[in-house]
Design a protein around this ligand. Sequence first.
Ligand code: SF4
Length: 1016
Amino acid sequence: MTSETGTNWLSPSVDRRTFLKVSGTLASVAAAGSVFTISTRPVAAQTAADPAGVMTGENLPDELETAQDIIYSVCQMCHSRCGIRAKVKEGILVKIDGNPYHPNNRDVFINEAGDFQPDRLSYDTPPTDAFTELGRVCLKGQAGVQTVYDPFRIQHPLKRVGPRNSGEWETISWDQAFMEIADKIDQLIPPGERDEDIDPAIPELGTKRNLLAFAPGRSVEKEMSDRIWKHAWGTVNYGLSHTSVCESTRHVANELITWDPSGSKTSLGAGRSAGWQPDILGSKYIIFFGANPLEADFPMVGMARDLMEFKRHGGEYVSVDPRFNNTGAKASQWVPIKPGTDAALAMGMISWIIGEGAYDTRYLENTNKAAAAKDGEPTWTDSTYLVGTFFDDEGKSFQRYVTAGEAGIADGTVSDDDYVVWSGGGPAGHNKVEHGDLDVTETLPLNGVDVDVVVQSAFALLADAAFSMSLSEYAAICKVSEDTMASLAEKFVSHGKQAAAITYRGPIKHTNGLYNQWAIQHLNTLIGNYDWKGGCTAGAGGWGHKSGVVSLSKVAGDPGAEGLRIDRAMSFYNEQEAPNLFEGYPAKRPWFPFGTHGNYQEVIPSLQDGYPYRLKALITYWNAWPYSVPALRKVWERTVADMKKLPLLVTISPVMGEVAAWADYVLPDTVYLEKFSVPGIPWRVNKGTAFQRPVVGAFDEAAIGAIGGVGNTIPVDDINEYSPVLPNTRAVLDIHIGLAKALKLPGVGDDALLNESGKPAGDLNNSWDWARAMLDNIAHNAQGKHPGVTAEEILSKGGVFDNPNDEYTATTNGDQLSYQYGNIIRMFGDPVARTRDSVTGEYYSGVPHYKPLAHSDGTAVNDGGDYSFKLITYKTVHHGQARTNVNPWLMLMMPENFVEISAIDAAALHVETGDQVKVASRSKGIKEIRGKARVTQGLIPGVVAISHHYGHWEQSSRPHTINGDGDALGHDSSRGAGMQATQIMRTDKLYDNVSLQEPIGASCSFYDTWVKVKRA
Ligand code: SF4
């Protein structure tokens, strides 16, 4: 079969040629319809400030559609997880719009009086009235139609017949695939040996169960994969996911700011919140550092709409970014900055704010929750807590909080381990006094310490760090002038709590990313804007789906998952936690004790080195390792080509991607429009739980969206065996269940689902059983807000959501948000400051500061010579990560990417737009990529920028042979157009099979590679 001879796989009445014609028509309709049509907002809600006829970019509903045609689900064309409204005619998905109940896709708007007015549909609106209402989605969301109807999807389970990556396959049945994979796993890790130690001499590695790993690049079905691979199989490597290529350092930095020493993720505790976003609509002034909410942040559609509303009512926002992107174009001010120097700008601003006394003293002096509450503050800080400088057995200095027991103030009302503040001229327990002194430096005798100890308040430590350089020194580092720095700080503090400083990948994807995030985030701490309207929100969250009626994680016979992960995340490299692996410094490979989101870039290099052990079986899902991870491609190819290093590779993927091409077995799963999941709504101030469900395919052979078929609810008591659009593919939930059954694991089958008491609560034989359990949990947990809500209602509205304005007008909190974090904010990173880096052996700093970019051994990142340009990447609004090159509408918007170069640099290099250029680095992997130049005024000189979506070498850009047919899947070489900058990103000097990394949050570096640029 070739790409032009597709058979009739869409429906009995639509062949591939017909579909391509139809989809071409749909493309032009979508393109025309998405631009500047008239708002569907009810006329009664429109005001002079929001006149009827405002050109908003919305689509009008189709006059022919009925409530029966509309099915609500969740978009996954990017990570914003918007609610979608799928129009399905006669079983065919013809159009995707936004779910009007969902807060990402319809929100509130502000009228002329400055009042918030509802725009989103009330949750009480019945679906029969809602079907004429549209929410908004972006162009990627609309193009999702082409993801499900991609003509090059894999249609049958495949078994490799040539060498790995030979592109030679045979089709096999699902039964054969499951049985062969289970047999191979049983041979590699025999059932009778699974509870033996990997190495009896190193028991901290754990048992042989850890030799199987599940690596979802991205997963929104985490509860199922955790259930099968953590709780039924018992490996600690149950979720080696992608977050460290994305934003894990941002998460970790924020977790450290909200640290709970009694948390369970690491032996020193865990964070309470991983992120902050601005409450845009309530704000007056926002500074975005390396964030692009009009194109790529998340939730992008929701943030972009809110930002335009914010601007319409006088809000000002600033874009701090080396590149003038669409967010910069709409900003009040673009502040171009040298990549990797964000902390220099933020610390300069902090020094201005502290120097001027422009911080919120009243907020920062509060020592505990009760004191904060008395002041009307939802949060409090550790600003007044005393931190001592101590010395370890080797004489190395480090810092940590001082305890009340050490200060000799513990009594019946102050516990030994309480924090200590300075109040009334001496130390006091933080719960004993309401306010402490902010700027404290003292020397104290401490119980159990031989010498007097210098103690400082966390605020004094921050101030000292900020004043360690002058504004002119900071300006010289970040290339932002002193005047600009001071004016940003002055404007930031001039709006009370209605201002926010927010980051995304720009500041954190550097080797110094954690300190960049801390420095920027503490601008917010200085004005105390947490949980205030217009300030920072940790998000309202949703109604839980993991427990309530059914405990999704409880498995009878759970063997427990213990030991060291292959990426050494969340384990400390020291004699206490790794007595048989600790061999001094540097460690054989780096460890990441605070890597609570894992370390994706370390997995394959660790496999190559066999440290701390090698895997026997690796199952991947939604994973583009060699494409998306900096400098990994060559290491991937060398490692995976060696059957001894990785005896079994199984890939779950709907397309022949860069990982699938190397697999022994490819299990073709469905796309997001054919799946159940509860993906979570990112960082909204409104509470809600969206429910993702198949919008095409059939349940028990009744087609979705067909006359007499399944509509926007699913008959909840039926078996509901799901058949996807391509009948021999399977939803990933069903693949997990099939593999678990073949491996004879507990946790699946009749009566496998348990309630919190461990009593049977249902069967787990297909994906609907799982979906039903999640729906029942959500309905149970949402009763308090929406009494009587049922599984059917949740399905019929795409989830369960707050009513419009609940986050604002229904609050009793005045100027505060309804949903609050309400806990401590820490300026001092106590657990980090107690920890030694596994490579250098030095203690980390617990205080934000500007830290130069460095290799793992601490030496500067500087390749000298001609390598004088910094390489950065960015996302365009047309694409999301590695997966959207299969959407022709999106590729047509921009068929290839460019090497963007500033006009000043281009003139010096005699390069013009359209010229072919070479971009080369000193990476140990691939050293050069080539592409077309685009000369721009919108880039700081000394930097080149390449978008991160192009340059695939698989994803159906080349032929594969199946059952002897040389191009059985079909292919389109235009899917491989353009360049992928990760290929040439810099490897670390000491560990030269991995990229540069940020050592605390465990992110790989994306923006620290020095390159040379020449005309090709
Ligand atoms: S922003 Fe992301 S989730 Fe929302 S519609 Fe666009 S692609 Fe889908």
